[in-house]
Design a binder for this molecule. Structure first.
Ligand SMILES: [Cu+2]
Length: 111
């Protein structure tokens, strides 16, 4: 973890991929969405970037792997099965084309 922290500190001048917006948005209450879409500030490296979704018990809630959009590498999609009501936790890992990795979490609620 020390190495990762050092990398974060020393590489801030480079173009990392940060979350720009998402659907559903963080903490949004929505009807069951057909996918999670996240827009990033930089193009992603498809082989190393992913979105995962967990339900309230921490169990994986998506059956299919996420994919970087073929037409816009700054966009990543996670197709979803029919979700039941409840709170879902999104975890994303984004590796930019410069090899730098960022990650984050947010949640949304299916009502
Ligand atoms: Cu970078």
């Amino acid at each position: 973890m020390l190495g990762a922290a050092a990398l974060l500190v020393t590489s801030t001048a480079f173009a990392h991929a940060h979350l720009s917006s998402s659907e559903p948005a963080a903490n949004a209450e929505v009807a069951a969405p057909s996918e999670v879409t996240i827009h990033f500030t930089e193009p992603l490296e498809p082989a190393f970037s992913k979105i995962t979704l967990a339900d309230t018990s921490g169990k994986a809630a998506a059956a299919i792997e996420s994919q970087v959009d073929k037409d816009d590498a700054r966009v990543m999609h996670l197709p979803l099965p029919q979700l039941s009501t409840g709170r879902y936790a999104v975890h994303w890992i984004a590796v930019a084309t410069d090899g730098h990795r960022t990650q984050g979490d947010f949640a949304f609620i299916v009502k």
